[in-house]
Write a protein that binds this ligand. Sequence first.
Ligand code: DUC
Ligand code: ZN
Ligand code: ZN
Ligand code: ZN
Length: 471
Amino acid sequence: MSSDTLIRNGRVITATDDYVADVLMRAGVIHTIGRGIEVGEDVAVVDATGLYVLPGGVDTHVHLENVIGPTITCDTFASGTRAAAFGGTTTIVDFALQTEADSPLGAIARAQRSAESQVAVDYSVHVIITRVDDQVLKDVRHAMRFEGVTSFKMFMAYPGVMMADDASIFRMLRQVGADGGMVALHAENGTVIDLLIKEALEAGHTSPRYHAMTRPAIMEGEATHRGIRLAELAEAPIYFVHVSSNEALKHIVTARAEGIPVFAETCPHYLLFDDSVYATDDLEIAKYVMTPPLRKPNDQKHLWRALRYDDLQVIATDHCPFCMKEGHLGYRLQKMRGKDDFSLIPNGAPGIETRLVSLFDIGVMQGKLSLNRFVELTSTTPAKLFGLFPKKGTIAVGSDADVVLFDPAASQTIYARDLHGNCDYTLLEGRTLQGKVEKVFLRGQLIVDGAQWQGREGMGQFVPRGEVKAF
Ligand code: DUC
Ligand code: ZN
Ligand code: ZN
Ligand code: ZN
């Protein structure tokens, strides 16, 4: 197929628009949008009558090949980006971990070296900053100016492993905010949670469900509040990853009402499932060991309200896959590492391939999100907040031709064996969802055609990012 393609007669949906038109993709970008566009024989034509024409999904929270303690997430850049593509996501932002030994710049270079030959969609990284000193701050400034990396993640949890203290977070917020970037925070009170974990284990509570019971929502709320106050003092914007509870949300809502630039994401699993899954001591519950854990139906109610009224701006996956079966595809020390001690279960669940379709089903089809809002939450706003817009995140003349043809009338039943990542389970096993990704174009090239993979490892590009565009 020619690399120039005309998508004829689809329903173009952006964060703000909804109209039937033809979209001509030429030389990797959107060249013309109009009615009755005429093209020569050198241009391929795809009839999109009855289909939605969506901007490619932007997933700003994924963990591919991330080394976490003694183990590693079970998707490589190759398998994870292929799965992303099948799910309608054409840009991901992964994490580059600053280790004791190297600087943020070393972390970026290392991630790029592994990603380069493998990625099938476009990508960037947030750097996880675990230690702050003058040199680190210099390197952070260099990364922003010269490497196109403008966001940094810090942890208020996992003392001794990833946790940064409040002063370090404050220093980062102050500098990165002044330079036009974003600090993303994992907000949980790490030292109190570690005490609760220790006490649970001492009491003989070792099964996976105690993961949830030792990470109470109120400690997510406390850390969220603390993060907001640090950002307020630093006069910097702040972004909260994986918001799961109303305890956290209520501080975000109040701060936004006060005019503080606070932004936040939630993830599909917090909308799809609640803490009733933790009712048994079954080891299977390890599937649902993610951080923060699943919360109550009342929290879900507040998450939906916040998504609707813009107190939450992004839905990203926190795709952090670990296999249930030890040794699956050679991956070891995965979920069953913690079969006798829940604190050793690696935290995370897969979701990169099912984000759009699951949210279309439970959000749009059930009247909780408009189509425009669905696009805004999964593509446009993540692109704006992380400096990718308008190259990514919309369908507009000059934007990258990252386009998803989505069939709202089709339905599909999800099984792990049909998905394209490495993980041996999906939280959606056997669930029937309305809506289906039919075709996906990355910079004008067809990479997914129904069930067929047309993409190629290494065709994804590193996207240098600019300033936050939210205000
Ligand atoms: N936080 C994440 O964002 N992902 C995986 C585990 C965690 O704690
Ligand atoms: Zn450099
Ligand atoms: Zn986290
Ligand atoms: Zn994560």
